[in-house]
Design a protein around this ligand. Structure first.
Ligand SMILES: Nc1ncnc2c1ncn2[C@@H]1O[C@H](COP(=O)(O)OP(=O)(O)OP(=O)(O)O)[C@@H](O)[C@H]1O
Ligand SMILES: C[C@@](O)(CCO)CC(=O)[O-]
Length: 394
């Protein structure tokens, strides 16, 4: 029996370019130290089931392997290989999956069940595409320290974990190992990324791929993250832009193009040679106004929220930095970049005011390390994000 193993992927913040990325504009995003962790346990031969235990969202469902629609995925014209590029969802395959995904959490309110069904759909699409009917039974236990629906790429990080785990299980990935040539390692990351994108399509409908790309590859920039604690769904925010574009195509395209130009300008500012300490301050001064303008355009697209506007107002009142929403908007998180000369005490006062008004703040650590030697039983039973972080040692 194969030993249990674990994979992990980070969340992200989009610094510039959300929404416009969906319309092929450039975007700049960074990985953060909040992560998802997926533990995969193989069952004994006699147990022919697959169990999804997504504890943070309260989803725990078991399917009999023989009940799943393997045949639909094996039809020669539908069969995908692990190295296939899949950039759309097959509606017929989705139809065969849906009754199985919709069998989860029948006793829960519709709002919560919707979240479970999305996760189950992404899981089943990947499992049936990459797995085989003769595989052993498995338990997939997921824990995440990334708040769900906060704009921090929780779904992409879950999808990267699922994709990486399934590619490992089918022996479609070699490594990573220290002697592995860089090109080979990048090819494997790209493979994980592509299948994660398939999972993202199951959850979001029409993602740009920026979230799963960051969760697969990583990147960096220091910021204050402010969680409005106002949950929302990315697909609803994406739909707002689609509707605006249907009603006002030229105007919407001007806004999206403007956001693309901001990302391109920001990329020039942060491009190599990377800023050393003595001109890091200059870089921040140049990026700051771009953050404010990018937010203004997102407000015009209709994807902000009164709680996000309150964060902008508090940072503006303190006159110590620039703010924008990050991710899909409609709630979720904002990011603040502080002026290099902003006094530490004033930043502290602002963080306190934000906390008093019910916002959760986090000075985010970028490009954090992976994990080692985790006690698997403690991991499964960890009560909350803090306990998971203590176990993984971040
Ligand atoms: N801890 C988790 N366990 C299982 N599924 C999760 C978890 N966190 C998120 N998901 C899945 O991701 C979906 C949330 O995705 P959504 O895109 O709305 O938010 P996000 O990814 O956090 O935000 P954004 O896409 O703006 O960065 C949920 O409906 C659920 O299917
Ligand atoms: C709103 C969006 O641009 C970012 C969501 O984190 C959607 C996407 O790129 O898929």
């Amino acid at each position: 029996m194969a030993p249990p193993f674990m994979v992990s992927a980070p969340g992200k913040v989009i610094v510039f370019g959300e929404h416009a990325a969906v319309y092929n504009q450039p975007a700049i995003a960074a990985a953060i130290s909040l992560r998802s962790y997926l533990l995969v346990t193989t069952l004994s031969k006699s147990k022919r089931t697959v169990r999804l235990n997504f504890k943070d969202i309260g989803l725990d469902h078991t399917w009999a392997l023989s009940d799943l629609p393997w045949n639909a995925f094996q039809v020669p014209c539908k069969k995908k290989s692990y190295h296939s590029t899949v950039n759309y969802l097959d509606e017929e395959l989705l139809d065969t999956i849906l009754p199985h995904a919709e069998a989860v959490s029948l006793d829960l309110p519709e709002e919560q069940r919707k979240i479970h069904i999305k996760s189950a759909t992404a899981f089943l699409y990947l499992f049936l595409s990459l797995g085989s009917e003769n595989c052993p039974g498995f338990v997939y236990t997921l824990r995440s320290t990334i708040p769900t629906g906060a704009g921090l790429g929780s779904s992409a990080s879950v999808c990267v974990c699922l994709s990486a785990a399934m590619l490992l299980q089918t022996h479609s990935l070699a490594g990573p190992h220290p002697q592995q040539p860089r090109e080979e390692a990048m090819l494997q990351v790209e493979r994980i990324n592509q299948w994660a994108f398939v999972g993202e399509m199951c959850i979001h409908g029409s993602p740009s791929g920026v979230d799963n790309t960051v969760a697969s590859r990583g990147a960096a920039l220091p910021l204050l993250l402010v969680d409005t604690q106002q949950s929302r769904s990315t697909s609803v925010q994406l739909q707002k832009v689609i509707t605006m574009r249907d009603n006002h195509p030229r105007l919407t395209d001007i806004l999206l193009d403007g956001i693309g130009q901001i990302s391109a300008a920001a990329l020039e500012i942060i491009s190599p040679p990377y800023p050393t300490d003595h001109y890091q301050a200059e870089v921040i001064r140049e990026l700051g106004p771009l953050i404010r303008v990018n937010h203004g355009l997102l407000v015009s697209l209709g994807v902000s929220h009164p709680r996000i506007e309150r964060v902008c107002q508090l940072v503006d009142d303190a006159q110590i930095g620039w703010t924008k929403l990050t991710g899909a908007g409609g709630g979720g998180c904002a990011i603040a970049l502080f002026q290099p000369e902003a006094p530490r005490e004033e930043i502290g006062n602002l963080i306190k005011t934000l906390a008093d008004e019910g916002f959760k703040t986090n000075e985010i650590v970028l490009g954090a390390d992976g994990f080692q030697d985790i006690d698997l039983e403690k991991f499964e039973n960890a009560v909350d994000a803090q306990e998971i972080e203590e176990l993984v040692g971040e």
